[in-house]
Write a protein that binds this ligand. Structure first.
Ligand SMILES: Cc1ncc(COP(=O)(O)O)c(C=O)c1O
Length: 428
């Protein structure tokens, strides 16, 4: 966490404790009647966690809107459309089904786990045993937290290509591990050169986190890249967690690949999948973890004592979604690709450069030469009325870039592009 994030976090902490205090006075709660400091009771794992850039981004946008600014918010990856009708119909049916009023099976309804296994087989040619190699979770985020808590002891090293999805850093901090980012660059399609990583890093690594299609860069993995990662994991004895939250959302002719397709991956890996983006149900909270049965058994054990069950109706709707022909996911991928191309062409008119995206939901843009990405983000918000996230929110290797969401209708993206171009031209 850099100084500004630390400061922001401290501010938001003090703001929230301030508002709690005023709220509590109203509810007849003033000073704690105890002779020790409550702060001192907070566990170490909860004291040293970075702020959540998405929450901080939301707060920035809310402040700007409260000040009367007209903002187009491209800072978050919140789906802007609707799930397919047949998925909504199943959620409605399930809501009225008395069987769904009850607790579900602990690791997920068997029909859901079977649907996930069939999806893996159909889409990726991967064979999974639904009872030993799959676990339903309330979204990939829950999966990230579970896997890290299952594998990481205090001090263990977690390696991740940077820039990275911020929760990897946060969940590593919760598990009290250490995060090491290996840099990537545009020239190499934002895939890290695994051969260039110092042997000492691999020797210490307990877990390598990968994420393709990548948030924020839009990079996709090749079979060769995954094969190299698996070979390194076997050689240096570490586990790989592949965050496949953007499965199905690819812009190229070949669909994004699952790590589990890689020969030997099942010996050392788990993969996280999400219903959120494939079916536009981010608010429903559904997904699954798949992979090596020994690792899955431990993850399930931890899950039984922490997050437990996934909402029954979400599992039913997820079952029909996973069992469908995935045509709706293809439509989404094509839509996002078109939006990316429109944005890229539009921003190029102001001399702004979007890195090539091969999948996912975001555009990764270089800030104009000489600009700092945090300052540029603030300037863009207040001058153009366009909210984006600073690249530094995705770790130090994200400095010099900003991330723009593609999850707005083309008309809004066009207006955002127009505003940015006007602001940039006026600045010159
Ligand atoms: C890379 C990545 N992983 C995980 C998630 C979380 O997904 P879910 O909604 O399934 O928790 C996101 C959400 O944007 C993401 O971008």
């Amino acid at each position: 966490m850099d100084a500004e994030q630390t400061a922001q976090r401290q501010v938001s902490h003090s703001q929230s404790s301030h508002s709690q205090a005023s709220h509590s006075q109203a509810s007849h709660y003033s000073q704690p009647d105890v002779d020790f400091k409550l702060d001192s009771m907070i566990a170490t794992r909860a004291r040293h966690i970075p702020g959540n850039p998405f929450a901080m981004g939301d707060a920035r946008v809310a402040r700007a809107v409260a000040n009367g600014e007209d903002v187009i918010d491209l800072s978050k990856g919140n789906p802007d459309g609707e799930p397919p009708e047949f998925v909504i119909d199943e959620a409605v049916r399930a809501t009225h089904d008395p069987a769904d009023f009850r607790y579900t099976a602990f690791h997920g309804k068997p029909a859901f786990l079977q649907a996930a296994a069939s999806w893996y087989q159909r889409e990726h040619g991967v064979n999974l045993d639904a009872t030993t190699q799959l676990l339903a979770v309330s979204g990939a985020s829950v999966g990230i937290g579970l896997v890290l808590l299952t594998l990481i002891n205090p001090g263990d090293l977690v390696v991740v290509p940077g820039p990275y999805y911020p929760q990897y850093e946060g969940s590593t901090a919760v598990a009290q591990g250490r995060l090491h980012a290996i840099p990537t660059d545009e020239e190499h399609g934002f895939l890290p050169d695994l051969d260039a990583v110092d042997e000492a890093v691999w020797s210490q690594a307990k877990l390598l986190i990968l994420n393709y299609p990548n948030n924020p860069t839009g990079a996709v993995a090749t079979p060769e890249f995954f094969a190299k990662a698996v070979a390194l994991a076997k050689r240096y004895h570490f586990i790989i967690m592949h965050d496949f939250a953007y499965a199905g959302i690819g812009f190229d002719e070949t669909a994004p690949i699952s790590l589990l397709e890689t020969p030997g991956a099942m010996d050392v890996a788990v993969e996280l999948c999400s219903l959120s983006k494939m079916y536009m149900v981010a608010g429903w909270r559904g997904g699954f973890i798949a992979g090596n049965p020994v690792l899955m058994d431990a993850i399930k054990g931890l899950n039984l004592q922490t997050t437990l069950l996934v909402t029954s109706t979400v599992l039913d709707a997820g079952t029909v979604a996973l069992n469908s022909d995935q045509a709706s996911v293809g439509v989404l991928a094509a839509r996002y690709k078109k939006r990316f191309e429109t944005l890229k062409a539009g921003l190029a008119q102001a001399g702004l450069h979007l890195c090539e995206a091969h999948g996912g939901l975001f555009a990764w843009m270089r800030v104009p030469q000489g600009d700092n990405d945090r300052d540029f983000t603030t300037w863009l918000l207040h001058t153009a009325g366009v909210a984006v996230l600073a690249g530094s929110d995705f770790g130090p290797t994200g400095a010099g870039f900003v991330r723009l969401s593609l999850l707005k209708p083309e008309s809004e993206l066009a207006e955002a592009t127009r505003r940015v171009c006007v602001a940039i031209r006026q600045r010159r």
